[in-house]
Design a protein around this ligand. Structure first.
Ligand code: NAD
Length: 321
């Protein structure tokens, strides 16, 4: 059995590995070769924590297992990040535990890979301006990954807590992109691709602010009640997601579906685009929207790659169970 620490994950897995793993697993999900099991998420009545697990099986990539963890709001005071997770991988031939992999860094990398895959397949090729709505922990990973998908010339950003913006600006500076903090209306009017990655519970981007031809990746909404964009924007867009069932229940489309603006049939798994079954964007005026809800199979995909690379590099701890 392998143990792969957070530190080793950071050493062995990069954005290109994560992109490939996530693209492949989205494709496998759309073909029916991989499926997620029902998600468990519980307020455990201790330390104010939300705990749960996401699990699944990818028959094509042979990844079986679960990501276990959640949100402990008091962790910051203990010098730990509030989100904590660990991935357990099992041998699909025997059920034996194969690897224990730190899941915190991998969560950020696989979430950034998801919006990147959507930009790669759906954003206009001539996209020049990247808009960031959100400036927290995930936003930094999102920005780095998105910047590799198109020849962006500048980054416009807005955040509910403006004091968090300089940290995101520092990431933009590191990758050589001019960075400007703007109001949301300006961000919508100028950006060709937008990523929303906040913990908001109300629409932050309105339909009338977003220009034709924009691609928007909504990445923050992963729970019932959260929301980042105007349901009318969803109704006006061609909508893609990682998993339709999750999108309509805990993802960004939950509000547009609940109010009858769109139905499940209006949402396409992005894997269909990757597999060539759906054309994706069909015009330069079309607004495309990706609802990245975050599925367990993404975690298993990147953790499998991390376990393999760590073992090859001799960086995994090997123990007999
Ligand atoms: P964080 O705590 O580091 O940052 C939170 C962000 O949300 C900040 O930009 C903050 O200013 C903003 N925010 C907080 N309250 C707000 C409000 N009322 N209105 C608007 N913005 C507000 O968190 P993070 O780790 O960067 O995560 C951001 C979001 O992404 C969370 O909702 C998290 O659950 C979600 N997430 C999704 C996935 C996925 O796969 N889709 C994966 C990881 C995290």
């Amino acid at each position: 059995m392998l143990i792969v620490s957070e530190e080793v994950c950071q050493k062995v897995i990069g954005r290109a590995d994560a992109f490939e793993a996530v693209e492949q697993v989205f494709a496998a999900m759309a073909r029916g070769d991989a499926y997620n099991f029902p998600v468990i998420r519980e307020a455990i009545g201790h330390a104010d924590a939300l705990y749960g697990f996401k699990s699944g099986f990818d028959r094509a990539g042979l990844a079986l297992g679960l990501k276990s963890g959640g949100y402990w709001p008091g962790n910051m005071d203990k010098g730990l990040t509030n989100h904590q997770s660990t991935v357990f991988l099992f041998d699909p031939d025997t059920g034996k535990l194969h690897a224990l992999v730190g899941g915190n860094y991998l969560t950020a990398v696989r979430t950034a890979a998801a919006s990147s895959v959507s930009i790669a397949h759906l954003a206009r090729k001539d996209s020049k301006v990247l808009g960031m709505v959100g400036a927290g922990h995930q936003a930094q990973f999102q920005l780095r990954a998105a910047a590799e998908q198109r020849d962006f010339e500048k980054v416009l950003a807005w955040n509910f807590h403006p004091d968090m913006l300089p940290k995101l600006g520092a990431v933009a500076a590191e990758i050589g992109l001019p960075f400007e903090a703007v109001e949301r209306e300006q961000l919508g009017a100028e950006a060709d691709a937008i990523i929303t990655i906040t913990s908001a519970h109300e629409a932050l981007m309105m339909k009338d602010w977003v220009k034709p031809g924009t691609h928007i990746a909504c990445m923050g909404t992963d729970t019932k009640g959260k929301q980042e964009v105007d349901p009318a924007l969803i109704a006006a867009a061609t909508v893609f997601t990682d998993e339709v069932a999750q999108s309509t229940t805990i993802g960004e489309t939950q509000h547009a579906v609940a109010s009858g603006l769109i139905a499940e049939k209006d949402i396409t798994p992005i894997g269909d685009v990757i597999n060539g079954k759906h054309p994706g964007r069909t015009s330069d005026d079309e607004i495309t929207l990706f609802d990245g809800t975050g599925v367990g199979l993404q975690d298993l995909a990147v953790a499998s790659v991390a376990a393999r690379l760590a073992q090859q590099a001799g960086d995994a701890v090997v123990i007999d169970l």
